[in-house]
Design a protein around this ligand. Structure first.
Ligand code: NDP
Ligand code: X2W
Length: 351
């Protein structure tokens, strides 16, 4: 069966990456692409790398234009998808790449986003432990058959996947997590001005949202609570660096006293041994963002700092693939009963 697909926000970075993946997916046929200021343009004039979709023209993002598809992917600014989703058929699979349906807590939404609260959908990170520390259940179980999926924030899923195994296995403490991330500017979307990019981002590393202000913090805490954390606290600092795609997230957490180094490593090995897209590197190796570009893969390196009593997890991901569009397609595959890996590559491009 071929599923008819619409992509809203098709002129943006996340929408463009969704289309690149969907155009190579054997079970999906992209019928409709929508935009805002670019409506009326040919898709290929706005996204010149998408040659196989040259026949498509961008139309306005309205419920009417999105109706009549089996699957609708939304890659719209925060607040915009929530306005539209209520009007879509409940049998249509809707995958939102924005934040509108990620958070369960209305007070977290009010504190970090603001505006109307639309409520949480199934979270699109299949490999994440859910059900607490006593459970080996993963989020993919909750994605089977669902018709509403919230794809993750790219920083949030990177950090959550970095830490969840240690929480679930009870080998790290959730009270004193520190994450520092080097992030590429494509995470901020196309709205970032070209002159800002050239004059201020190239040649510099620039921290932003420092001091507990980043909107992915409640999303990470929610994910870690799902893995069994009680009152997780995280000091989270993103740093913008000049690479077009990618996140390198370095997270450290206190090891539960009395836990030996082998047991710490075993928690991550057990969690991810059978995961197609989460790869724990051998001891002594650390990941690089360059090796994830274009891949639906997150690479993890783990070291035990015995002197500090902490585990250090370094994660590399392509923010637009495993961080967004790839996670969206992977989760849609599960929801529709397709093989989870369909249309997704574990291989990146190099150099
Ligand atoms: N970039 C990333 O790495 C990630 C992005 N996301 C999320 O995906 C969503 C899209 O992000 P991204 O692609 O980066 O952003 P872009 O700025 O690159 O694209 C935004 C898209 O939304 C459309 N748009 C803008 N304003 C409106 C409006 N008022 N009503 C309807 N559509 C509008 C734009 O259309 P037009 O160009 O025609 O004006 C464009 O297609 C966001 O919610 C973002 O947070 C999630 C994870 C990671
Ligand atoms: C460089 C940059 O600004 N990156 C974005 C990542 C955006 C993302 O992950 O998506 P959502 O906006 O959908 O949460 C940030 O840190 O907020």
């Amino acid at each position: 069966m071929t599923f008819a697909v619409a992509v809203a926000g098709a002129s943006g970075y996340a929408g463009g990456e969704l289309l690149r993946i969907l155009s190579q997916h054997p079970d999906f046929e992209v019928r409709t692409v929508t935009a805002h200021s670019n409506a009326g343009q040919k898709l290929v004039d706005v996204q010149p790398h998408l040659r196989s979709l040259a026949g498509l023209t961008l139309v306005d993002t309205t419920p009417e234009n999105l109706a009549g598809h089996d699957v609708v992917f939304l890659a719209l600014p925060h607040g915009k998808s929530g306005e539209i989703t209520a009007a879509l058929d409940e049998n249509t699979l809707v995958v939102d790449c924005g934040a509108d349906h990620r958070l369960e807590s209305e007070s977290d939404w009010a504190a970090f986003y603001g505006g109307d609260f639309y409520g949480a959908w199934s979270y699109g990170v299949p490999e994440l432990y859910v059900g607490g520390s006593e459970s080996a259940l993963k989020q993919r179980e909750h994605l089977v058959g669902t018709r509403r999926i919230a794809a993750p924030g790219c920083n949030a899923s990177t950090v959550a996947l970095s830490l969840a195994p240690g929480i679930q296995a009870g080998v790290i403490e959730a009270a004193d997590i520190v994450s520092v991330l080097a992030v590429g500017p494509s995470g901020a979307g196309k709205a970032l001005k070209t002159n800002l990019l050239a004059a201020e981002i190239l040649g510099s590393a620039s921290p932003y949202a420092v001091g507990g202000a980043h909107r992915h913090i409640p999303e990470i805490q929610q994910a870690l609570r799902g893995a069994g954390a009680v009152d997780p606290t995280i000091s989270f600092t993103p740093v913008l660096v000049p690479m077009s795609r990618g996140i390198l997230a370095t997270s450290t957490a206190r090891i539960v006293p009395g836990t030996d180094a082998a047991s710490v490593r075993a928690a991550w090995e057990n969690a991810y041994a059978d995961e197609p897209f989460v790869h724990l590197l051998p001891a002594g190796q650390m990941p690089r963002t360059a090796d994830t570009v274009g891949a639906n893969t997150i690479l993890l390196g783990l070291a035990v700092d015995e002197a500090a009593g902490r585990v250090v997890i370094v994660a590399a991901i392509d923010n637009l693939v495993k961080g967004t569009a790839g996670a969206a397609v992977q989760s849609a595959n599960i929801a529709l009963g397709l093989a989870e890996t369909t249309g997704l590559s574990v291989n990146g491009v190099a150099p």
